[in-house]
Design a protein around this ligand. Structure first.
Ligand SMILES: Cc1ncc(COP(=O)(O)O)c(C=O)c1O
Length: 430
């Protein structure tokens, strides 16, 4: 695994022998003859024409992430949000239906319930642990189910093998946002996922310096298995003059060929080469970072659970979690560094806690080498109605932590400072 993090997708065989994948800062790509370029547009050959739909640096990133996920191919895009949007748009035509876990990143929930609904796709949300709810929610028009392998912010795991079996029995594609888990800890394709999406802005990049997203096709999804359910892939495209179901080969699958040709190009959700380069550098140390961050987070979660101001710790190791069996079975390498605590003093305590932190930074990102803290109910999940926020694990007193690479003792001291500030508020509230 660590070897692939460093080598997959790049063999130093560029003309100069550069051992680091270079940044291809070119908008357009030259062709020896007019016929070469014409054939590229006619999809008769592979290559680069104009960087909106890809460039050689993003191609290395695609090959590396596909290899890490054990997938058939990947598509790199401008952000994690673009990855989710494009993956779902490619699977869900107007009039179709999506079943989604009710525990998702707030931005994803907003996209589903607002923009995707505008596009004529119906959505049903379910408790991710209630397998009969997944069964019941799937209808003839359902084309995809969506879950997070570890949910943001409560770090809950799902029984993906069971959900995949339910979905596949009805020819429904399984889409998994695996941003928090990363392929260093968990590969959704090994548990039945058809499509994996990542916000590479987080752990893959790892240093809080680039926005990026990746869609991985694990190779299971075959639109020809049930052609009438996927006409946009199995019938000839008037616009592109091909049947996308035929577009299969190294680095190319029907779904990703369609997503790249149509949505990356039309939405302009291009990943800049410099960002792809930053993510590639981040991935080189992913394995090490995830091991260290997972261990530090588990240590701090355990300690926070014994603190008077903390009503509840939402970390996989916390006692009484409904996903304990799944975590023990599927996450032997750890569960990353994002988890949340519910402070008994509510929002005021959360505010005092955050403001007292000196080492941890108040910021809404996750997956950075620096530890970050935020109050999801008034930030990442603030556009959701309160009941929905609570279901997502973003209560009034919830503070989300994304643990970084600092020394655990320094972090414990800083969190203790936050708790001391919050304890005054709890006392006042009580
Ligand atoms: C689980 C998850 N998926 C997707 C996204 C969206 O990613 P991006 O901010 O790169 O667009 C986020 C952002 O926080 C996230 O936490």
């Amino acid at each position: 695994m660590g070897t692939q993090h460093v080598h997959a997708g790049w063999d130093a065989q560029d003309p100069h022998g550069s051992i680091v994948p270079p940044i291809h800062a070119s908008t357009a790509y030259a062709h020896a003859t007019h016929a070469d370029l014409r054939d590229l547009f006619a999809r008769r050959r592979e290559g680069f024409a104009y960087a909106r739909s890809g460039n050689p640096t993003t191609r290395v990133l695609e090959e590396r992430v596909a290899a890490l996920e054990g997938g058939a191919a990947a598509l790199a895009v401008a952000s994690g949000q673009a990855a989710t949007t494009i993956a779902l748009c490619a699977l869900l035509a107007p009039g179709t239906h999506l079943v989604a876990s009710e525990r998702l990143y707030g931005g994803t929930t907003e996209f589903l319930t607002d923009t995707l609904a505008d596009l004529g796709v119906e959505i049903t949300t379910v408790d991710p642990w209630d397998l009969t709810a997944w069964e019941r929610a799937i209808r003839p028009e359902t084309r995809a189910v969506l879950v997070e392998s570890l949910a943001n912010p409560g770090c809950e795991a799902v029984d993906l093998d069971a959900i995949s079996a339910i979905a596949h029995a009805r020819d429904v594609a399984v889409v998994v946002d695996s941003t928090l888990a990363t392929p260093a800890l968990y590969r959704p394709g090994d548990h039945g996922a058809d499509v994996v999406v990542h916000s590479a802005t987080k752990y893959l990049s790892g240093h809080g310096a680039a926005m990026a997203g990746v869609i991985v096709d694990t190779g299971r999804f075959d639109p020809r298995r049930c052609p009438e359910r996927w006409p946009r892939l199995t019938e000839a495209s008037a616009r592109f003059g091909v049947v996308f179901a035929d577009e299969r080969g190294p680095g190319c699958t029907p779904l990703l060929a369609y997503a790249r040709a149509k949505y990356v190009t039309d939405f302009g959700a291009t990943l800049p080469a410099a960002s792809a380069h930053a993510v590639l550098q981040g991935i080189e140390t992913l394995d090490l970072r995830m091991a260290r961050i997972s261990a530090t987070a588990a240590d701090l979660a355990d300690w926070l659970g014994s603190q008077a101001q903390v009503a509840r710790v939402n970390h996989p190791s916390a006692p009484g979690r409904p996903d304990a069996r799944i975590i023990a079975r599927d996450f032997p390498r750890g569960t990353a560094g994002v988890f949340s605590i519910d402070l008994s003093g509510g929002e005021a305590a959360a505010e005092a806690f955050c403001d007292a932190l000196e080492l941890c930074t108040i910021a809404v990102n996750i997956g950075d080498v620096r530890t970050l803290a935020c109050h999801p109910a008034t930030t990442t999940h603030s556009h959701l109605p309160p009941a929905r926020r609570a279901v997502c694990g973003a209560g009034d007193g919830t503070v989300r932590l994304s643990i970084g690479l600092e020394d655990v003792e320094d972090l414990r001291a800083d969190l203790a400072r936050g708790l001391a500030a919050a304890s005054g508020i709890s006392a006042l509230a009580a």
